[in-house]
Design a protein around this ligand. Sequence first.
Ligand code: HEC
Length: 92
Amino acid sequence: MKAVMILCSGLLLMQVAYAGGDPANGQKLFETSKCLKCHGTEVFTRPDRKVADLAALESQVRRCDANLDTNWFDDEVLDVVAYLNQTYYKFP
Ligand code: HEC
């Protein structure tokens, strides 16, 4: 019974996350990478921010990742997208 409940809450969490991305892992990746070398988190919340939807957020994370040579795998990019969306952008 306990296992079923744990399974259910896991499924629920997965639905909230973007495309299966794991925001907790995304946060770890984001904070241990040099993402804040060129800009702070203010670019995510400034009134004239460039990113207008999830697809644009994903391409921007890919561009910035390429600048850093971190070479994140696709699922790691999606984890970071999920983290940034959950924390700053809040796209549906
Ligand atoms: C080599 C410098 C550099 C690094 C390192 C960098 N970025 Fe960026 N980032 C930029 C520039 C330049 C922009 C565009 C700023 C602008 O449009 O005014 C930007 C913009 C962004 C935006 C869009 C902000 C908006 O306007 O909505 C996101 C999201 C972002 N970066 C994420 C990341 C992430 C995640 C990392 C770590 C992988 C990262 N950046 C590392 C240079 C960098």
